[in-house]
Design a protein around this ligand. Structure first.
Ligand SMILES: [Fe+2]
Length: 391
């Protein structure tokens, strides 16, 4: 069924394939740029991934002006300021962010600082506050999960107030997303499983939330199909380039889907667990996804049912409710399989969550913005109940 109204926007050029990184210098010239600033973290450098980027520039007229490799776990306003300062001193004209969500958000944060001139980054918090054009941004993801290479969001930690600030703007879309399977080959099994389940959650929530639309649906379904084919394989054998490529594309499609549809209850509850109990985002989503789908089942049985075939279900003749239950049990089986291969936890108690932390998390969850898009309303008691089931 078509919604009464919807919008779709994804202005990111995508390069996907073996050796895609090698095309970056040419793409930089198309963007009118000559000196790139690479934004990354020490782990990415240690894995040899920056050497791969550097070698792409070996015979090129365009250059890497500076490599900033001190991106912390959570990008912060202070880091964004430092990067912006270096960008100016080194006379760079574009960013290449290499890493997970934090590297990309740090580059986006620095970009906001630069566009603000002498202004304050805090003035641009919230939705659609950035009006000037930003410097070109090239994103090279090294995990297959966040989808931030195709999203218009940046989350920056405010070191003074100790809170996370969200920036949402069409100006924050990267210009180029470079999906090269060589960049994800060194990801360990547990991170592969967790980031892959984050991508699956993006696709499932995009397909079942209230802002779903027919274009996002196509991306979400393709993402789910790819993740079902390749997540177990990539977790089992990190050097399986076909599986790595499949997962990198799955995460990319899921990112395009949720960037337009938004997410829902799983993310709200996962964000809260991250804040209160420091559970990594992908692990929290992996554990919560089946329980939240069960909670949403009475409201959107058809949407959940429509995903069973993509997850490997063969019984298309079932009633919607029965078929939706099959979808949920297929996701549970996937998590079980991943647990056997990578030890990703299946329960919150195994993810270092204490039962007495759940009320505080439930309180935080019901104030999370992602709940706005969930198909069923969630009260404090509902959130607590889902946490207890997943505990
Ligand atoms: Fe996520």
């Amino acid at each position: 069924m078509l919604p009464n109204y919807y919008q779709f926007y994804c202005p990111v050029k995508i390069l996907s394939g073996q050796l895609a990184v090698s095309n970056i210098p040419f793409e930089m010239t198309l963007l009118g740029c000559q000196r790139a600033m690479v934004v990354t973290d020490k782990g990415v450098v240690k894995a040899g991934l920056i050497d791969m980027v550097k070698s792409a520039f070996a015979d090129s007229d365009v250059k890497i002006g500076r490599i900033f490799d001190e991106v912390p776990q959570d990008s912060s306003d202070k880091v964004a300021n430092r990067i912006a300062k270096m960008f100016k001193t080194e006379r760079c004209d574009c960013f290449i962010a290499v890493g997970g969500g934090s590297a990309l958000d740090s580059a986006k944060g620095a970009n906001i600082v630069l566009s603000a001139g002498s202004g304050n980054i805090l003035d641009f918090q919230g939705a659609d506050k950035i009006t000037s054009d930003l410097k070109p941004l090239i994103a090279i993801p090294t995990t297959a999960g966040t989808g931030s290479e195709v999203t218009k969001v940046a989350v920056i930690y405010n070191e003074t107030t100790e809170t996370k600030m969200s920036f949402v703007s069409d100006k924050l879309y990267p210009d180029l997303a470079v999906i090269d399977p060589r960049m994800t080959l060194t990801m360990p099994p547990m991170i592969t499983a967790a980031t892959g389940m984050d991508a699956l959650t993006h696709a499932v929530e995009a397909y079942t939330c209230i802002q779903k639309n027919p274009i996002d649906d196509i991306y979400a379904k393709t993402a789910i199909d790819l993740i079902r084919r390749y997540l177990v394989r990539a977790t089992q054998d990190g050097k399986d380039t076909e599986a790595r490529m499949g997962m990198a594309n799955g995460a990319l499609f899921a990112g395009i889907a949720f960037s337009n549809s938004m997410v829902g209850m799983v993310h709200a509850l996962a964000h809260a667990l991250g804040g209160v109990c420091h559970v990594p985002h992908g692990i929290a989503n992996a554990i919560l996804l089946p329980w939240c789908l069960e909670y949403n089942l009475p409201k959107v049985p058809e949407y959940i049912a429509e995903l069973s075939g993509l997850l490997g279900g063969a019984r298309a003749y079932l009633e919607p409710l029965e078929q939706a239950e099959e979808t949920i049990s297929l996701i549970r089986n996937l998590l079980k399989k991943l647990n056997r291969i990578s030890s990703i936890p299946e329960k919150l108690r195994d993810a270092k969550v204490e039962e007495d932390q759940l009320p505080e998390a439930a309180e935080a969850a019901i104030n999370d913005g992602a709940l706005v898009y969930n198909p069923r309303e969630v009260s404090y008691n509902d959130a607590l109940d889902v946490y207890r089931k997943a505990f």
